[in-house]
Design a protein around this ligand. Structure first.
Ligand SMILES: Cc1cc2nc3c(=O)[nH]c(=O)nc-3n(C[C@H](O)[C@H](O)[C@H](O)COP(=O)(O)OP(=O)(O)OC[C@H]3O[C@@H](n4cnc5c(N)ncnc54)[C@H](O)[C@@H]3O)c2cc1C
Length: 347
């Protein structure tokens, strides 16, 4: 297996870096070994609220660890090294063509079987004709991650075991402030990119005014986009090719969590490829689409803001976000932690 990636590892990926225990279980991560030289912040609580609701915040505490904070620059390098695949970094895949031999990439590599894993702008997905469609919701987000001065961390009120999530009043996105050891990760994502920079600036001001963050923030925020699992690309597989992760648009609609779907779809794809025993016809690979449907359910709008008329949203959102019961049982357990969906068993 050869992995071609445009970046050199360790590379950063614009991401909050929050993973659930199901990811740890599916990957059979040895957390003690992982955390020996890397950031791995256990999470046992969340502080949530609605932006603009004048300070009403709900803290939900758990008796056990419900998530972990990792840094993508470390996590991705760890996984790619552990996989045993041959990594060819610094290769930008630009040109693709298929013939009887397989896929030709940049006229320098030939693959009998190709997995498109290039994220939202994956060239393989594009080659399959999956153009971006205006009616398909895309999350646009900006994020910063930086090592903060210990005195700034001590003055700010964000605690490492308790990430803070603040939802936009129209429920079309949220901002997060997440302390992972000595690192702070701050960002905001919204469906549709309209006025994202203004929302981000407003959130940064809110964090500063409320004393949550006192550290000076880096000026340059990193932006990225990705699609939620509300529509599948017209082609998820074809002759000798499958799409996984953001290239297939699999992120969970309510939370935007995409690491778990990326890993699970990668493992499902690997199982399908191995069991195909060299027959990479599209008929043989169609099992992959069935497995994605079974694992992630039917595609439909499941976003927070998608199910209420606009006029009701603000009122209902304020009531719901102020409720301890709803926050724990629906927002966190069901939508953010997928607590009742066991880890993927594969292989
Ligand atoms: C701001 C933000 C915060 C997020 N926070 C979280 C979170 O806390 N938890 C969570 O679960 N999810 C989060 N997500 C979603 C998550 O980051 C993605 O869903 C996940 O990274 C998808 O993984 P992937 O492997 O499919 O794609 P990516 O992680 O995007 O990886 C794609 C790879 O393809 C390479 N590539 C791209 N184009 C080419 C090319 N032409 N040639 C060669 N290589 C190429 C890139 O260099 C990259 O290494 C967040 C997303 C954003 C934008």
């Amino acid at each position: 297996v050869v992995v071609l990636d445009r970046s050199h590892f360790p590379r950063d990926k614009t991401c909050a870096g929050w993973i659930t225990p199901q990811v740890v279980e599916t990957l059979q991560l040895d957390l003690a070994e992982y955390a020996r030289t890397r950031t791995c912040q256990p999470i046992t609580a969340f502080r949530t609220g609605l932006l603009g609701s004048h300070g009403r915040e709900v803290v939900t505490r758990y008796e056990h660890v419900v998530s972990y904070g990792i840094r993508r620059c470390e996590f991705d390098e760890y996984l790619i090294t552990r996989s045993g695949a041959t990594l060819q970094p610094g290769v930008v895949v630009r040109a693709l063509r298929r013939d009887a031999e397989g896929w030709h990439l940049n006229e320098s590599h030939v693959a009998r079987m190709l997995v498109g894993a290039g994220g939202h702008f994956c060239p393989v997905s594009r080659e399959l004709g999956n153009r971006k469609r205006p009616h398909v919701p895309v999350v646009h987000a900006q994020e910063i991650e930086f090592r903060a001065d210990p005195s700034d961390l001590a003055r700010g009120t964000v605690e490492p075991h308790c990430p803070e999530l603040f939802f936009c009043e129209d429920l079309e996105g949220y901002g997060w402030c997440f302390r992972k050891g000595e690192y702070l990760n701050i960002g905001l994502g919204r469906v549709g990119g309209a006025q994202l920079t203004e929302h981000v600036a407003g959130f940064a001001t809110f964090l500063r005014k409320t004393g949550k963050v006192t550290a000076p923030l880096p000026e340059r925020w990193h932006g990225h986009a990705y699609q939620l699992y509300e529509h599948l690309p017209p082609r998820l597989y074809d002759e000798r090719v499958l799409l996984i992760g953001d290239a297939a648009g699999l992120a969970y609609p309510q939370s935007g969590e995409g690491i778990r779907p990326a890993i699970e779809s990668g493992l499902l794809a690997a199982d399908v490829i191995l069991s195909a025993e060299g027959d990479y016809s599209s008929g043989q690979l169609s099992r992959y689409a069935d497995q994605i449907g079974t694992r992630f359910g039917p595609v439909r709008s499941r976003r927070l803001g998608g199910w209420l008329p606009a006029g009701w949203l603000r009122f209902v959102a304020a009531r719901l976000m102020g409720s301890h019961l709803w926050t724990r049982e629906v927002l966190l357990d069901r939508w953010f932690l997928h607590a009742t969906q066991p880890a993927l068993q594969h292989g």
